[in-house]
Design a protein around this ligand. Structure first.
Ligand SMILES: Nc1ncnc2c1ncn2[C@@H]1O[C@H](COP(=O)(O)OP(=O)(O)O)[C@@H](O)[C@H]1O
Ligand SMILES: [Mg+2]
Length: 232
């Protein structure tokens, strides 16, 4: 039976501006439709898992959020385009400096406007590195690191920039189960404590089931499901 409990909007609730709003977005690469009429909103503080098989359109969706791809038809609105809202991305191309050490790569995120001092930044750098188990490798050059270590360095660097939202495209593909869960625990903590909005593309269904969040499931560019993870 329909009751007030299921009402989706109420005049008493102020409208929150979405971080990303896709309105009937289609993306064509030549004849190929990477996304088809996608309708989706990501709200501040959301954790959204973007799932789907390889080629389903996950990276295209995240690239659009990052402003790297524009719709062929339809519209996308991004909060960062007209407000002070900072979006960090950890994509497959991690954009690390190979000849620099892990720690030097993390210092790229230092911004005097975000930290009281360099010491404070350094303290957070060490803390995050300890949590992710990369403390002992801070002096190692990136070119000598394995894929898992590199992705963790990229993640720490992104978090040190204090983003309002984080886009992560299969960030755990080079990590084992324990490391993947530890990484997500950390992000979950940022979500709870600092309100970090998280969009995480993955085909790790186990992870999606383990953590609270929403799911957007893509199949051949079509959004098949968007809602709470507990219902999949
Ligand atoms: N820049 C591009 N040029 C041409 N085709 C692309 C490009 N980017 C993605 N595609 C195609 O779009 C589809 C969706 O790709 P992608 O978003 O990378 O999927 P996923 O991340 O889910 O594996 C795939 O068929 C892929 O080959
Ligand atoms: Mg992809």
């Amino acid at each position: 039976m329909y009751t007030q409990r299921y009402a989706t909007s109420s005049p008493a609730v102020p409208k929150v501006r979405p971080v990303f709003h896709f309105d009937q977005v289609t993306v064509d690469f030549g004849k190929l439709k990477a996304l088809r009429s996608v309708q989706l909103s990501v709200l501040p503080k959301d954790i959204l898992f973007v799932t789907g098989a390889s080629g389903a359109g996950k990276s295209t969706l995240l690239n659009m959020m990052a402003g790297l791809v524009e719709p062929t038809s339809g519209k996308i609105q991004r909060l960062q385009d007209d407000s002070r809202f900072f979006v960090a991305s950890v994509f497959q191309d991690l954009r690390l400096w190979n000849e620099k050490t892990c720690e030097q790569n993390m210092w790229v995120s230092y911004d005097a406007r975000l930290y009281d001092s360099r010491e404070q930044f350094h303290k957070e750098l060490l803390e995050l590195s300890r949590v992710l188990g990369i403390y002992d490798h801070l002096g190692t050059k990136i070119e000598q690191c394995n894929g898992g270590l590199k992705s963790k360095v990229a993640m720490v660097r992104a978090l040190l920039a204090k983003p309002d939202a984080l886009l992560a495209d299969e960030p755990t593909s080079a990590l084992d189960r324990d490391a993947s869960f530890r990484l997500f625990e950390l992000l979950n903590h940022y979500n709870q404590r600092k309100g970090l909005t998280i969009v995480w593309a993955t085909h790790n269904r186990e992870m999606v089931k383990q953590f609270p969040g929403k799911v957007a499931h893509l199949d051949a560019g079509r959004l098949m499901y968007a809602g709470q993870a507990c219902f999949i």
